[in-house]
Design a protein around this ligand. Structure first.
Ligand SMILES: Nc1ncnc2c1ncn2[C@@H]1O[C@H](COP(=O)(O)OP(=O)(O)OP(=O)(O)O)[C@@H](O)[C@H]1O
Ligand SMILES: [Mg+2]
Length: 228
């Protein structure tokens, strides 16, 4: 079953000397629960594709559908509710709040949504990510890998349907990057969240069920389409 889809998605940046088509007529369909990697060279439009798919940026043309509903029909408030409740985000920078402990950072999205936390679920997340003993620490007392694991737990705290990750291991060294990636994959699979992960690292991409390669804003290969 398709969870998120884009049709003819295009994002053009004007303003510079020549306009840049960062995303150029991309059509993709993501199934519920799949783990897809988007890869390609620097500047090929990976981050822009992720931002337009996840409604962080408006496309220039084309449409994104979430559960078959076009996001063009959502107003800004509806989009921010969709992002808060249905989408999780993990970026290269961990973006934790420095004044809050690990646990408080994880709970932030649940609190912002004024929901009663599902403590059993949060406990399970924390155990899966192996951060039980880092919860009382401030981010400054955590390693990069630990901070990213907290950020992953935060992104999953609201039980999103889709987790968007942009170079989540980009700031980590090889070993802790591999650790974080395998925990991310494990947690996403256990929870059943759809994982759409951007990376320029082929070792990271090959962990995915599906690898989509983009160049100059266009899809040049898609292992899923190839398998059909
Ligand atoms: N806000 C912006 N304004 C103007 N041009 C932009 C903007 N954001 C991205 N671009 C341009 O769009 C193209 C795609 O950029 P994007 O950041 O999506 O690439 P990327 O594949 O994520 O690269 P990297 O691997 O280096 O992160 C590039 O040519 C970039 O310069
Ligand atoms: Mg990028």
């Amino acid at each position: 079953m398709t969870i998120i889809e884009c049709q003819d998605l295009t994002k053009e940046y004007l303003g510079g000397e020549t306009p840049v088509k960062a995303v150029d007529h991309v059509s993709l369909r993501f199934e519920r629960g799949e783990f897809a990697a988007i890869t390609g060279p620097s500047g090929s439009g990976k981050s822009t594709l992720l931002h337009t798919l996840s409604s962080l940026e408006n496309p220039t043309s084309g449409t994104v559908f979430y559960e078959d509903k076009p996001l063009s029909g959502y107003n800004d408030n509806q989009l921010s509710i969709l992002r808060r409740r249905r989408f999780g985000f993990v970026f290269q920078a961990y973006n934790l709040v420095n004044e809050l402990t690990g646990y408080e950072n994880i709970m932030l999205p649940v609190m912002l949504d004024r929901k009663t936390p599902d403590e059993k679920y949060i406990e399970k997340l924390i155990a899966m990510l192996g951060i039980e003993d880092r919860l009382e620490h401030l981010p400054s007392a955590l390693s990069g890998g630990q901070q990213q694991r907290i950020a992953i737990a935060r992104a999953l705290a609201n039980k999103p349907s889709v987790l968007f990750a942009d170079e989540p291991t980009g700031n980590l060294d090889g070993k802790s990057g591999r650790e974080v990636l395998s925990l991310l994959k494990y947690a996403a699979t256990e929870i059943g969240v759809t994982l759409i992960l951007v990376t320029h690292d082929l070792h990271v991409a090959e962990q995915a069920d599906r690898v989509i390669t983009i160049e100059d804003g266009k899809v040049v290969s898609d292992s899923k389409a190839a398998a059909k």
